[in-house]
Design a protein around this ligand. Structure first.
Ligand SMILES: N[C@@H](CCC(=O)N[C@@H](CS)C(=O)NCC(=O)O)C(=O)O
Length: 206
């Protein structure tokens, strides 16, 4: 397995599911990494020194030697291509890759627009997130349907699609969106949590 010459730096905010995705991938690949906390509540992500790393002024960002990369899904792709010699997390088959990309799109789109924003509204005190509950439940019902006959989102083993979808799904109850009606989704969360190297996302204080 290829290894980085030195620990990869992950700039993150503890309550960011986007950042947790990146940390989870680092940990599942058993890569050495160090965490640097960026306090979004204090606006540290918009400081000039951080915007140099990500012009959007957002976490997560990684630094791997002289390579700096922002965007959680881009980070998953990079880590899988650079450090997973067996290509288990992003298989070479073009159809599998296209399917993975489809779910990365879901993780960047409806999973953020519904459950992630509802959660952020609640934990930041900017709202109750209720307006987003219907869209979130519609998404989870669709994911539940997809998992009826399968254990993982693509193929028969975990891929970066599962990593991308995990964090904000697991923490949806913090946005007032319980997962009780989605037994297949909960079983999938448990399968991710049982993977060697799994690292949990910090729980938001009520
Ligand atoms: N597309 C980006 C989105 C990242 C994102 O939304 N990060 C949020 C935290 S979860 C952030 O840094 N927000 C602060 C801001 O926009 O000022 C990714 O996948 O990494």
């Amino acid at each position: 397995m290829p290894r980085p010459a030195q620990p990869i730096t992950l700039y993150r905010f503890t309550l960011s599911g986007h950042a947790h995705r990146a940390q989870l991938m680092l940990s599942l690949l058993d890569l050495p990494y160090r965490l640097v906390d960026i306090d979004l509540m204090r606006g540290e992500q918009k400081a000039a020194s951080f915007v140099e790393r990500n012009l959007f002024g957002q976490v997560p960002v990684i630094e791997d030697g002289d390579f700096t990369l922002a965007d959680s899904n881009a980070i998953l792709i990079y880590l899988a291509l650079a450090y997973d010699a067996d290509r288990r997390w992003l298989p070479a088959d073009v159809r599998v890759q296209a399917e993975v990309q489809r779910w990365l799109g879901a993780a960047a789109g409806p999973l953020v627009r519904g459950p992630a924003v509802a959660r952020w509204q609640r934990i930041s005190g900017q709202g109750d997130g209720v307006a987003l509950h219907a869209a979130s439940h519609q998404l989870f019902a669709r994911l539940e349907g997809h998992l009826q006959q399968r254990d993982w989102f693509v193929g028969e083993a975990p891929t970066i699609a599962d990593v991308a979808l995990y964090s904000y799904t697991a923490r949806a109850p913090e946005g007032g969106i319980p997962l009780d009606d989605y037994p297949r989704l909960r079983a999938w969360l448990a399968r991710v949590e049982a993977l060697p190297g799994f690292v949990a996302m910090p729980v938001a204080a009520p």
